[in-house]
Each structure stands twice: as C-alpha cells, then as structure tokens.
Design a protein around this ligand. Sequence first.
Ligand code: GAR
Length: 213
Amino acid sequence: MVEEIFSSPKKRGRIAVFLSGRGSNFRAILEAADAGKINASIALVFSNVEAAPGLLFARERGLESLYLNPKLFASREEYDKEAVRQVRKRDVDLVCLAGYMRILTPYFCREFKNRSMNIHPALLPSFPGLHVQQKAIDWGVRYSGATVHFVAEEVDMGPIIIQAAVPVLQDDIEDTLAARILVEEHKIYPEAVRLYFEGRLDVRGRRVFIRET
Ligand code: GAR
C-alpha cells in the first residue's frame, strides 16, 4: 500500500536547504530550480555554521538565509524545535540536507517524515557516518558512490531514492574519490528533488517507488 503520495505536481514547491559547509549540492539544486528543471524554489537556506560558504553564497544571491547558533539553545531538541518553527513559518514543502553536519533529533525527523532528504557520499547502507570515502578505500571496495534518501531517525538509514556508483581506483586517496563521487551527487540530488516535486515518489516501507509519468 502506498504510505504517502507527495506534493501536487501543479503547485510550485518551496525548499529549505540545510547546510554546514561548502554548499556545492545546494548550488546544484539551485541551478536546477533556476533552469526550470525543478518545479520549486529555494525558500530558505539554513545553517548551524555562521561562516559556512554555502550560507554566504545564498546571501550573495539574495536568498533568504538563516544562521542559528547552537550555543544559544539548551539542548539539541530546543535547537531543532526552533529550526522546525523557522521552516514551517516559510511554508516549506521539502527540507534538503546538503552537507548538514549535525545529527537531527527524532522530533525533527518525525515533523518532516518523507518531506526531508539527505545526500550521503557512499552507497548506503554501506559506510554511514563520517569520512566515508576513506572508509571505502580502506575496506578495498571496488565501487562506492552517492545516495539520496529520505531522512529517518536512524542516521543515514532512511528509504533510498536514487544512488549512483563510481569505481574506486587503486591509487585513490580520500580527496580523489570524494571528487569523483561529488560529480554524481550533483546529478542525483537535483534529480531526486525534481521527482519529488513531480509527485512521483511513493514510499512503501523501506522502498521508494518512482512512478512513471
Ligand atoms: C557532500 O559530499 C555530502 O554528500 C556530504 O557532505 C558533502 C557536502 O558537500 N554529506 C555527508 O557526509 C552527510 N552524511 P557540499 O557542502 O559541497 O554539498
């Protein structure tokens, strides 16, 4: 049975991007939206890092941006409650985690169940967590890649939407593998967001089905 059918394909959607750093995935989504490939616009760029280059870029582009200082909140729950409030205030349809290096509370995950996505630089469920390109090299896997998935309470473990594989080469170091994976990230994240706003993603248990047009 279809658990949920997402946003209406007719309405132009609103995206909140959460990031902590460079923001190259954010820019890939923004470019796709600007080019009319995604039926949505960026309503908010949110960060837990004041000097995140992605946040500064959003400001330069005149996008609505918001930094919340984690030190001003008594707990992670309080922080996420405020983040949720800010997102709701802007009538956002989808939250895209794009290098957001802060673990979300179960509260946040429940509030945006099947309405938040994450990109991860490995073929999940292999290599969740951090420094995963180095872990893939150390394990000696022949392929790694990127995964876009819906956010669930268990970190990096939500229903998988799209994956892309890349070879791991014998002379790879963390940076070279990360760069090869990043090229794929910039393709599959905008693609997953596009499918979402076309109302074509159905979640059934762990599995995501992509409906034909
Ligand atoms: C990306 O490689 C993304 O997959 C990774 O952080 C990088 C952010 O780059 N995310 C994670 O590791 C989350 N577990 P960006 O700021 O240039 O988009």
